[in-house]
Write a protein that binds this ligand. Structure first.
Ligand code: PLP
Length: 388
């Protein structure tokens, strides 16, 4: 990344932190043993994986045997959801929400094609699911409820503890996609009350390509790939030792720094939101005003296309995103923004700015300097914005 660039896309991914990389390097170099080998090199790798598992378990406040390392958040979600749904044999019912990541929505769609039944619950205009609706949707054959902790587009937080309690009272398993939450929120499984959850390393300064699945002791799952007996039989395949070491260090770092990180991000996020709302006519913030991730600013600007905004920012080496695959009126709008009812004349002009550890006030000032005139210029050319 050019040194003058402003990176405002931490919700998409983060760079590997130097402390994380340093911990990984020996296992990308001389310590290349296979944890299944009985000799000393293999046993050193085995110890590294088991040490990483213990460190993750301490942060999540669970037993190391409840931690499974995977290749990404998507795999952890697939394994948790399909694994639980299929373990009992036959077919069953699953409840989820309209604003889940596609890793969840496409997984439940696949289960539906295989004969399971799915209830997709709506959310409020702020993007929050009503726990009473979750409770009302439970049927005798409901096997699983899957509700994300924090939304990847609008940053809204869901009442997962309340939903987990409802699930427990009704003897239903509860899964949560916590991929965006790690870093900003405590992922204490005792407090959350989940049966299973998913994390992804690249959202909290570990590399892309490593994830974690927590699965409560005694929960049966059907494994999704066959092979060796690694990861307590939950996930066959030789362990990715350096990445597993990296994700453990990154999770510990995030855990220790959480309060400072949140204060840092929230201050910058508020500066961004205040500045942009004040300087751009016909702008709105999406998601809940307070129940949101501290680093997420998601805005819509009337009558413009996000693609034009993002390209204009990119030309100034300011990297942001829309938060979804669709940024153009020629494509379907984001399912999240559709579910929360963002008006048609705003929905295509939606941009996500997500700050991180290395974001500074000067970065925010650069965005505030450049983005409002850019949007105003685009709005001046837009028949929709001009009509108001
Ligand atoms: N769930 C959420 C909420 C996400 O934001 C993402 C990634 O953007 C994923 C799941 C998928 O994680 P991964 O990229 O590790 O597969």
């Amino acid at each position: 990344m050019p040194s003058e660039a402003v990176y405002m896309d931490h919700a998409a991914t983060t760079g590997v932190h130097p402390e994380v990389l340093e911990a990984m390097l020996p296992y990308l170099g001389p310590q290349y043993g296979n944890p299944s080998s009985a000799h000393q090199l293999g046993q050193a790798a085995r110890r590294a994986v088991s040490d990483a598992r213990e460190r993750v378990a301490q942060v999540l406040r669970c037993s190391p045997s409840e931690i499974t390392f995977t290749s990404c958040g998507t795999e952890s979600i697939n394994l948790g959801i399909k694994g639980i749904m299929k373990a009992a044999g036959g077919t069953g019912h699953i409840i989820t929400t309209a604003i889940e990541h596609h890793a969840v929505l496409h997984t439940v769609e696949q289960l539906e094609r295989e004969g399971h039944e799915v209830s997709v619950l709506p959310v409020s205009p702020e993007g929050i699911v009503d726990p009473e609706q979750v409770s009302a949707a439970i049927r005798p054959d409901t096997r699983l409820i899957s509700v994300m902790y924090a939304n990847n587009e609008i940053g809204t937080l869901q009442p997962v503890q309340t939903i987990a309690q409802i699930a427990r009272d009704r003897d239903v398993a509860f899964h949560s996609d916590c991929v965006q939450a790690a870093g900003a929120l405590s992922i204490d499984v005792q407090d959350l009350g989940v049966t299973s959850l998913a994390l992804s390393g690249h959202k909290f300064y570990a590399p892309k390509g490593v994830g974690i699945m927590y699965l409560r002791e005694g929960t049966m799952i059907e494994t999704q790939q066959q092979g060796g007996g690694q990861e307590h039989g939950n996930r066959a395949g030789t362990e990715n030792v350096p990445y597993i070491v990296g994700i453990a260090v990154a999770l510990e770092r995030a855990h220790v720094r959480r309060d400072a990180y949140n204060a840092h991000c929230a201050a910058l996020r508020d500066l961004l939101l205040d500045g942009l709302l004040r300087a751009v006519p016909h702008s709105r913030v999406n998601g809940h005003q307070t129940k949101r991730l501290p680093n997420n600013a998601h805005l819509s600007f009337r009558g413009v296309e996000a693609q034009a905004i993002l390209m204009g920012l990119d030309l100034k080496s300011i990297y942001a995103s829309s938060g979804s695959a669709c940024v153009s009126a020629s494509l379907e709008p984001s399912h999240v923004l559709t579910a929360i009812g963002v008006p048609r004349d705003y929905i295509y002009g939606s941009v996500r700015l997500s700050v991180g550890e290395a974001t500074t006030r000067e970065h925010v000032a650069r965005v505030l300097n450049y983005l409002p005139p850019l949007v105003r210029r685009l709005q001046a050319l837009s028949p929709v914005a001009a009509a108001s």
